[in-house]
Structures are given as structure tokens and as C-alpha cells.
Write a protein that binds this ligand. Sequence first.
Ligand code: FES
Length: 155
Amino acid sequence: MQSSFDAQNAAVRAICADHADQPTPLLPILHAVQAHLGYVPDTSIGEIAYALNQTRAEIFGVLSFYHDFRREPPKLHTLKVCRAEACQAVGGRAVWSAAASAADNGGDVDVEAVYCLGNCACAPAVQLNGHTLGRVTPERVSNLVAGGNQAEVSS
Ligand code: FES
């Protein structure tokens, strides 16, 4: 029986092989690994380094430079908190702090900063699993992250 570690490495090897003919394959490989696994596990760095004949440090340097690459499995839910000007002007900073603080306490919600959700008229705004919510308060966002309002979390 193949372990999840072996299965991940096999997937990474196949992705590397798919991109072998590209002149600069590292970023496409990292994107493909993330698209396939949901993140780029540290355990894949050796496979990618071997396939590209580069050092692990070189792969890690690129992987850690770009914030869009996840190095941990994604959580069940994603909450994007707007940190742009219109939201900042009406309490967005407190909403961000509440969300980040609640996320630090555990739960199944990834909290990400974004810079305008196109919902400035209803600032401060957040987006939960793709659903935009407006005029959120620190208390409401804390409940969202803590899973205190399952209807909103699962919608
Ligand atoms: S500035 Fe926050 S939604 Fe536009």
C-alpha cells in the first residue's frame, strides 16, 4: 500500500516530468504542485531539486519568496479580510486584528489579507469561502473564524 508521502512524491515527480521541456520550469512546477495537492509540501522540495538538477536551497528560496505558495495544507474555510483604504477608514484594522487573533487560537479557517474586494461601499468587507460580507465587525469576524456562526462558515 502506498503511503500519502509516497503518493505525494509520485505526483510531484509526474508534475516535474510534465514540465521537463520548459526553459524555466520551476514556477510552473510549483504552481502545478499547489494546484494538485493544495500546497507545496516541504517534502516535495527534494523531488523538485532532483528533477531540475538544482539544490534544495535554490528551490526553497523561490518557494519561500512568493507568498502565494502555501507550505501547509489549506484549512477547510478561507476568510479574506480587506486591508485596503476604504475598509481601513471604517474599522478594517480592528477587523483584521480580530480575525488574525481568532485564527491564532486554532480552528478551520485560513485568514488572508487582500487589498480590495470591490465591496468598498459596504466596508469593512471580508470574503468567506467566496461569499462577500459587508459592514463586518470585529465580533462578527471573530465568530466567523472561531466557527461560532456555522451558517456563515458553511455557506
Ligand atoms: S477597500 Fe475594502 S472592499 Fe474595497
